[in-house]
Design a binder for this molecule. Structure first.
Ligand SMILES: Cc1cc2nc3c(=O)[nH]c(=O)nc-3n(C[C@H](O)[C@H](O)[C@H](O)COP(=O)(O)OP(=O)(O)OC[C@H]3O[C@@H](n4cnc5c(N)ncnc54)[C@H](O)[C@@H]3O)c2cc1C
Length: 265
């Protein structure tokens, strides 16, 4: 079984800062990690391979430093790693990103299953998985928390608002997963050393390698533009009242009076 896992390198979210003047993300000195749900997608691929045999390819579009994440994926057990990196891919919105990933999947060739995280913690749109499935013209199962593979089909449990759905789909199919799906394995140190030393099956592809033209990818191929990014201002003026219950009640009444909020008469 040929499985492709879409993985994205993201800044460690607890450290995200926004430049108050430019509204851009401040990435300097911020640790980069594999998008958390993508780690669960990779674990699902490796577990299916352990059970049924097969070949796992991890695919990412990002800057050259994303190769570190590919190395980590190799050390977890992926068989092949491909990083799509080229200056013309920069500034891509989700449309351009999906087109680029879709073209790369076409170059990889026959596959049975594509796994992705439900959502990236930085871009946060949850659009890439569904858009890649649309580009390739295959079925998609999103928000999956249980996954099984049997005789040419996947059987999944999808989380819905207020319930869940048991669903099957024939392969090839694209599945986006939630972190409740599994517990990812740790990378093996020897695997990390092999990958870092170039002894693993890893490669980088540029725009020419996947047969795309600059106007169709990156910022030029994007249908949307970010007009402004900003941190919302605190909307509430919170004040903590201290003292005995009687004193707190008296302070509260006084505050309400000052704000001219009429109390029950
Ligand atoms: C309007 C708009 C404009 C943008 N402009 C820029 C910009 O100028 N510069 C910039 O750097 N970013 C930009 N972005 C962000 C960038 O397009 C997104 O990070 C990227 O398209 C992925 O979308 P997402 O992060 O929302 O992923 P989601 O759709 O939330 O990701 C879901 C899953 O898809 C897979 N996936 C997502 N991205 C990748 C990837 N690159 N490689 C492999 N798998 C992936 C992962 O499995 C991930 O878990 C923009 C986004 C939008 C919506």
């Amino acid at each position: 079984m040929n499985i492709i896992v879409l993985v994205k390198q993201v800044p460690n979210t607890t450290e995200i800062r926004i430049d108050p003047k430019t509204g851009n993300l401040l990435r300097e000195g911020v640790e980069s990690i594999m998008n958390p749900e993508d780690r669960h997608a990779l674990e699902a691929a490796l577990a299916i391979k352990d059970q049924h045999g097969g070949h796992v390819t991890v695919l990412s579009m990002g800057p050259p430093m994303a190769m570190e994440m590919i190395c980590e994926a190799m050390a977890m057990g992926a068989d092949r790693g491909i990083l799509l990196t080229d200056k013309v891919f920069a500034g891509a919105d989700t449309w351009a990103t999906s087109t680029t990933l879709g073209k790369a999947v076409e170059r990889i060739g026959a596959f049975d299953l594509i796994l992705a995280g439900r959502q990236a913690v930085d871009g946060d749109t949850a659009q890439i998985g569904p858009q890649v499935a649309e580009y390739l013209g295959i079925p998609q199962l999103t928000y999956v928390r249980k996954l099984d593979v049997q005789e040419g089909k996947v059987i999944a449990e999808r989380v819905l608002e207020g319930g869940c759905e048991h669903i099957e789909a024939p392969m090839p199919v694209l599945v986006t997963v939630l972190s409740s799906l599994n517990k990812p394995r740790y990378p093996i140190v020897a695997g990390l050393l092999d990958a870092a030393a170039g002894r693993a099956d890893m490669e980088t592809w540029n725009a020419a390698d996947i047969g795309v033209l600059a106007p169709d990818v990156g910022l030029a191929g994007s249908l949307t533009q970010v007009v402004r990014t900003f941190t919302p201002k605190e909307a509430r003026d919170t004040k903590f009242l201290e003292g005995s219950p009687g004193s707190v009640a008296a302070q509260l009444v006084e505050l309400l009076r000052q704000k001219e909020i009429r109390l029950g008469e």
